[in-house]
Design a binder for this molecule. Structure first.
Ligand SMILES: [Zn+2]
Length: 466
């Protein structure tokens, strides 16, 4: 048996993860992500697959971030009908996120049509909400640490990767006619000291490894994010202001809720009302109860108990009307609302109403990409455009570091050192050119690894005649 891999994404960029494995009589994909960011990357989402999706037999997912699952609806629309394996939590998260993505794609196409900036007469969405729903029946949830077979000669096992709820490292064992080979995909690796999620599992052996390199060139500063968060919040409350925290619905929101709960318990911030104003973030938070075995947060199972996701000062606002009541809110309170970079979502109307008041504060808890409204605020622009109006930025803007869900360079190396024997080959994926290059060099210098930084659409023969 010959085994080849083709990089259909996640090569030279952090988005569009999809690796096509070809065993001759069986072709399957690991991850099926969306390209995000620059236009030339996003254009790839429309590229034809190198083979008809009807010919592909299975998909194995690592986790539910859009850059790992966001292309599924398109593939299903184009004819893919095979099983999509994932952990149970990933399946539930995927449903929430794909529906949202379908809605966004529809809105974008509608917007392009209205503004007339598309080169197409009638710009079509990449996929619709209906296309997203068509993915659901194909999802096949699997347990962590229990091997399952996806083909007579291919066995898959999921291990905790940290990062986000349900995220997995994937081990794939291929039984050839003469030899058995092990492939390990890191997926996205989380932190080794996450208060909610388990640390990434160390895997003792592999023939070929795919290792992510998002922060391959960065070492996190040893700051305690909860202390920075407390400082920012107390600064705003000293002025009797209101705190707005733009946060992503998956992971970051829950981490912020966790720290806020701890800070109140330790008396480091006042016990004030916290409004979680994002239906998606609320839906995601409830999954922590359903999948309590996939994280280390205590107390989420007990309805009567007080825990970070359920306490008397925490208010879940699902309805638009509830959200609107917060426009009049004054004084000490905290609003957590998506999106994390203030590019859309309900946080926009909170910013619209509360940015002009110098007492208030906006606390960013994650990286703000170039070109986003969040970045403009962090960069100190005196005005930002929201709903077609210039809104004066009188509120104070804060940035809290250290809440990233990604392993830094030291943690990536720690995971790499977990292989008792060095793998024969390692592909450095899911990283910009610089971070992938720095990690590759470090793996080579310190661990003697044989590394390759693959290019988009590049193919490699992994094993011949096994
Ligand atoms: Zn991820």
């Amino acid at each position: 048996m010959d085994v080849t891999v083709k990089f259909l994404g996640g090569a030279g960029t952090v988005t569009g993860s999809r690796y096509l494995l070809d065993l001759g009589d069986f072709e399957f994909l690991v991850d099926c992500g969306l390209f995000q960011g620059r236009k030339e990357l996003r254009r790839r989402n429309w590229d034809k697959f190198p083979m008809p999706p009807t010919d592909m037999e299975a998909i194995v997912l690592t986790h539910a971030h859009m850059d790992h699952i966001g292309c599924l609806p398109k593939l299903v629309k184009d004819g893919f009908r095979g099983p999509i394996y994932c952990t149970a939590a990933t399946a539930e998260l995927a449903k929430i996120l794909l529906l949202d993505s379908g809605k966004l794609q529809e809105e974008e196409a509608e917007f392009a049509k209205k503004k007339g900036y598309s080169s197409h007469e009638n710009p079509a969405p990449l996929y619709t909400v209906e296309d997203a729903e068509a993915v659901f029946p194909l999802l096949v949830p699997k347990d962590f640490k229990k091997p399952f077979s996806i083909h007579s000669s291919v066995e898959v096992t999921y291990y905790h990767a940290g990062h986000i709820l349900g995220a997995a490292i994937v081990k794939i064992v291929i039984k050839g006619d003469k030899q058995t080979k092990k492939l390990v995909f890191s997926g996205d690796l989380g932190r080794y000291h996450d208060p909610i999620l388990y640390p990434p599992t160390l895997i003792p052996e592999a023939d070929v490894v795919w290792i992510e390199s998002t922060y391959g060139d960065r070492i996190s500063t040893p700051v305690k994010p909860e202390e920075e968060l407390a400082r920012a919040i107390n600064d705003v409350f000293d002025r009797d202001g209101l705190v707005i925290i733009p946060a992503f619905a998956v992971g970051r929101t829950q981490l912020v809720m966790y720290y806020l709960y701890q800070l109140v318990k330790k008396g480091k911030i006042p016990d004030v009302p916290i409004y979680l104003d994002s239906p998606m973030a609320i839906n995601v938070s409830t999954l922590y109860k359903d999948f309590h075995q996939d994280h280390q947060l205590i107390g989420v199972l007990d309805d009567t108990d007080q825990h970070p996701f359920q306490h008397s000062q925490l208010h879940y606002f699902r309805k638009q009307e509830q959200s609107r009541t917060l426009n009049e809110l004054k004084g000490k309170a905290i609003i957590i609302s998506a999106s994390g970079m203030a590019t859309g979502g309900r946080v926009l109307h909170h910013l619209f109403h509360h940015l002009p008041n110098e007492k208030n504060g906006v606390v960013f808890v994650g990286y703000q990409a170039e070109g986003t409204r969040g970045r403009r605020l962090v960069d100190g622009e005196p005005e930002v455009r929201i709903y077609g109006q210039e809104v004066p930025v009188k509120a104070k803007i804060y940035s809290v570091e250290g809440l990233s869900a990604h392993a830094d360079q030291n943690e990536l190396m720690e995971w790499a050192e977990g292989f008792g024997e060095k793998p024969k080959l390692a592909f450095i994926v899911h990283g910009e050119e610089r971070s992938a290059g720095v990690l590759a060099q470090k793996l080579k210098d310190e661990l003697g690894w044989n590394t390759i930084i693959p290019n988009y659409l590049e193919s490699f023969m992994l094993f011949e005649g096994i």
